[in-house]
Design a protein around this ligand. Sequence first.
Ligand code: C2E
Ligand code: MG
Ligand code: MG
Length: 596
Amino acid sequence: MLAASDEARRLEALRQLALLDTPPNDEFDRITLLAARCFAVPIAMISLIDAERQWVKSRHGLDLTEMPRATSFCDHAIRGDESLVVSDAREDPRFRDHPLVTGAPHLRFYAGAPLITRDRYAIGALCILDSKPRTFTAAERHSLEILAAQVMQLIELRHSSGRLHPTSLLPNAAQFCEDLADLTRRQRGQSRLFVMLDIADPDHLPTYLTMLGPRWERDLPTAMIRGIRAAFGEGFPIYHPLSLRFGFLLDPSATPGWQEKLDQMAVHLRRPISETLPLALYPSIGVVPFRLGDFMDKALLQRGVLAAHEARAVGRVLTTARGQSAADDWHDAHMLLGELRRALDAPDQLTLAFQPRLDFRSGLCRAVEALIRWNHPTLGPVSPGEFIPLVENTALMTDLTFWVMDAAMHAIAEFHQKGQPLRVSINVSAGDLQNSDIVGRITTLLRRYRLPAEAIELEFTESSLLPNRTIVHQQLRAIRELGVEIAIDDFGTGYSNLAYLKSMPASVVKLDQSFIRVLATSARDRAIVKAAILMAHELGYRVVAEGVETAEICAMVAGWSCDEGQGYHIGRPMAAEALALWLADHALPAVAVSLP
Ligand code: C2E
Ligand code: MG
Ligand code: MG
């Protein structure tokens, strides 16, 4: 009998090969057929010895898939270094009462050669059986052992080809998951960092591929490995789980200065890929701090992908604004996202502020914009300008949007009940259009709060309308068909033109505040805004000026026939209760707007 620890390792080796309970396979079946023919026996099998059972991977001549280990011939075969030969089972006290000896197929002869892994664990056997007793020569025994070695090679080859990325030959996602599971079994609860590198900005990828040509498959992984090893040294595996992404695990307590090393790694990675080609990579690097046991299977990989993705966004948005290292920024971004997830379920962290929009012609406030406010228990107020860009393109965005829709409609329904038919304008992100049943959700909420569809308007930024045009068009049309208004937010900051936007079923254009705030001092912006209002009107849009900060600006845009204004001069974003007071204060027709 093997020592318990050896047996545990043997079983581990067997499990690692992931062969148990897999479907039949031709390559193995050909070997059992060959063995039966070579040795002129009716039965041949490839069997694996699990903790309590013998499991048959391939069989010829006997319909047996598994049997208890206690009655397994092969279990005896794996205990010695060489093959086991039983010339006549009836004469062998170990086997003479075996059910396959006393009953059909009345076995007499057994020869089994152990299947031995590279690490010298015998995981099973290739065996041949006959219902006649027979002798087995040393040469035959040797041949059986050669065949068993072939079986083992096949097993290991198949295993590694499923575990390695075909281009880099680095361990792939399957291997990563397996290694993580192993590590978790041994060190559950310990802290680790998962570092995920995303090779290149998607916008730059075509350049790399064009310049590197067919070499890219080899050169990009080589450059990544070089950069990682230059900062962190050897001695741990680098995984290649997804085509353009690499990752590795770090034990922060065993890696002093890991943050500086990450920065060094980023510097190394930006060096030219090869001496002859002045092309550098700008990988984004995401770090997921976690405890072993927090993530199962591919969840950590997913978090890593997200982290790398966010790192790219953070790199652009926060850069070194707070004098932090990039690693701190990634860490913060993560922390913030995790906190926001909790905030969505907390009763009092998220609220809405409503900013009035003034209709210049009537002097009435007909619409308000809902703006999210987050008051974190320890961080204090966190601005949407900080967290919305992080959340965008994560699954959390749609949860957030639906939270805002619900809260906004709930609040606005109260105004409707009091006879103030306000419209609420809600900011929606690109992802909300692509992945969600936004139309169904709006319909449900309108019904729940007994609101007409005209009570809401959705604001999209230009950039969110550009990708996936077909889906975006379909969703927007469906939203318009409900009777919900659609506004293009921050107009003028994107690259699209009015002619393109005209194909969108929007009815309102909100001119970005960057043009409006400077109207008093910038003749150029005055020209742009005047022209934009004219053009938008020609195309049938209502025009809202955002960032109306002074009476002077208010008068200017109203004078240019802008339909509505929004900004600090008219009213700051405020809670629903304050809005009720504001509306009472600005009772009709008292909103003082000095038209020129
Ligand atoms: P936005 O949609 O363009 O909203 C207008 C922003 O300008 C608001 O900032 C508002 O407080 C600010 N603002 C209004 N009037 C003036 C003014 O006269 N002068 C200046 N300087 N600023 C003014 P806020 O609330 O910080 O929101 C920033 C951005 O965050 C919003 O820009 C919007 O893109 C996003 N956001 C806010 N709430 C949500 C939300 O619920 N969902 C989504 N997806 N995005 C939101
Ligand atoms: Mg907006
Ligand atoms: Mg805006």
